[in-house]
Write a protein that binds this ligand. Structure first.
Ligand code: P5A
Length: 439
């Protein structure tokens, strides 16, 4: 993409409404624009990141055996009346009436909607288990939307739902999602710790929040330091086998959010130097709630002996749009964002310091085309202007690599390659620089 054509409305000044780094940087980098409180438009740069994150989420859901579908944002109130949540949910639920005076709502989550589908289509225990997910916008009329897209009113969530025949099978589904979540966040360069949590309005008695550490996080958390020393991506995961040993590696270590925290248990479980107390951001939340919805909504199958069995359920959420902010909280410096490779909107920014110079112009165009044809997402700074401004802009938007072309090097076909993360700069031939970016 050529910057001379791209829609990237960056801001020089810090917006006064932004209290935390990710919100400030997302506004300054031209990723989002507020529409109303807690509701945002995603501009091209932000949309690219949202898509990259969704792709990682999707790929790990599929690997774990979940199937993608798409449910609507607007739901009929009837199914929520059946589950009892129409009254229980309170003012966070956006209630709508259509032209026929029918009660509708903008979905804050989809337990009822999926249960309605499964109860009508699945009749036998032989058709279980089922793991189904979608990536869809949600609306919650939060009392205090804040921190930009971190606590929005409209936000993008991946929500998966499991239907099983008995507790053992439901536990296997829970474990699959547990492991899929560890892998998903690790692929984004995040260490997300699963912590015992309260299940709130979703319900149930087993639930874990996945939390990444950040001073600006909304959750107070307590955990064993060993939670951080493990790379789940180095593990070969076979989702058909028993995942209990891998899951208990985590659940055996103390890790809880403040609502579930028990200080005497915490003290008993760890030497003092292993006890971490910190703030964090909740990026995912998984629930086992048994028959809460299936019972209320009559979702049952016939068992092997012909009798009725009420399905066991769980639900599993990832805050896809919140992750954009969470990743920035974990990866930035005073100059701007530092994208991990896997979610960067573009892999490389080609900075032409003097496009009005004939040699720079030719070399810049050639580098840009070579990268593009090799399938590398490239943003090309091809506009005239001051070098300092171009560098500041590139650091702000935080692409992993900057490939810098100036009049001095251009004559000999040489460029400078800068890593945004380490700040290291190397002078290389154009070919070597391209090779390094592709590798
Ligand atoms: C699980 C999937 C649920 O809604 N039902 C379907 C269950 N869980 S949850 O914890 O309430 O939400 C799942 C994740 O969504 C993100 N999230 C938000 N992101 C941005 N703004 C919000 N207002 C917001 N509320 C929830 C969180 O990452 C949460 O873990």
């Amino acid at each position: 993409m050529r910057l001379s054509e791209y829609f990237l409305p960056t801001l020089k000044e810090n917006p006064s409404e932004a209290q935390i780094a990710s919100h400030r940087l997302m506004l300054r980098a031209g990723m989002i624009r507020q529409s109303s409180a807690g509701i945002y438009s995603w501009l091209p740069l932000g949309e690219r990141v949202l898509k990259k994150i969704s792709e990682i989420v999707r790929s790990e859901q599929n690997i774990a055996g979940a199937q993608e579908m798409l449910m609507p944002t607007i739901q009929p109130a009837d199914i929520w009346k059946e589950s009892g949540r129409y009254d229980a949910y309170g003012p966070e639920l956006l209630r709508i009436r259509d032209r026929h005076n029918r009660d509708m709502l903008y979905g804050p989550t989809n337990e009822e909607q999926i249960t309605e589908i499964i109860r009508s289509c699945v009749k036998s225990y032989r058709d279980l288990p089922k793991l189904l997910y979608h990536i869809q916008w949600k609306f919650r009329d939060e009392v205090r939307p804040r921190f930009g897209i971190m606590r929005g009113r409209e936000f993008l969530m991946k929500d998966c739902y499991s239907f099983d025949f008995n507790y053992g099978a439901a536990r296997r589904s829970y474990n699959k999602m547990f492991v899929a979540y560890l892998r998903t966040f690790a692929r984004m360069g995040l260490t997300a710790i699963p912590m015992r949590a309260k299940s709130g309005p979703i319900g149930g008695d087993m639930s874990h929040e996945f939390i990444i550490m950040a001073d600006t996080g909304e959750s107070q958390v307590f955990c064993h330091a060993d939670c951080f020393d493990y790379n789940v991506l180095e593990e070969l995961v076979d989702y058909q086998s028993d995942l209990e040993p891998l899951v208990s590696r985590w659940t055996d270590l103390y890790a809880a959010t403040d609502e579930q925290h028990d200080s005497s248990e915490f003290e008993r479980s760890v030497p003092p130097d292993k006890r971490c107390e910190a703030r964090g951001i909740e990026v995912g939340h998984i629930f086992y709630f048994g028959t809460k919805y299936s019972e209320a909504m009559g979702a049952f199958v016939s068992g092997p002996d012909g009798g009725r069995v009420t399905m066991e359920m769980g639900s599993y959420g990832i805050g896809v749009s919140r992750l954009v902010g969470a990743i920035i909280e974990a990866n930035h410096d005073d100059d701007g964002i530092i994208w991990p490779d896997s979610v960067a909107p573009f892999r490389v920014g080609v900075v032409n310091l003097k496009p009005e110079d004939q040699k720079c112009n030719v070399l810049g165009g050639e580098v840009y085309e070579k990268l593009r044809t090799n399938g590398i997402d490239t943003l090309y700074e091809d506009r005239e202007g001051r070098a300092g401004v171009k560098f500041a802009n590139m650091d702000l938007i935080g692409l992993p690599w900057q490939l810098i072309i100036g009049p001095r090097g251009a004559a000999g076909g040489r460029v400078e390659l800068k890593s945004r993360k380490t700040g290291q700069r190397d002078e290389l031939s154009m070919e070597d620089a391209i090779k390094r970016v592709i590798a």
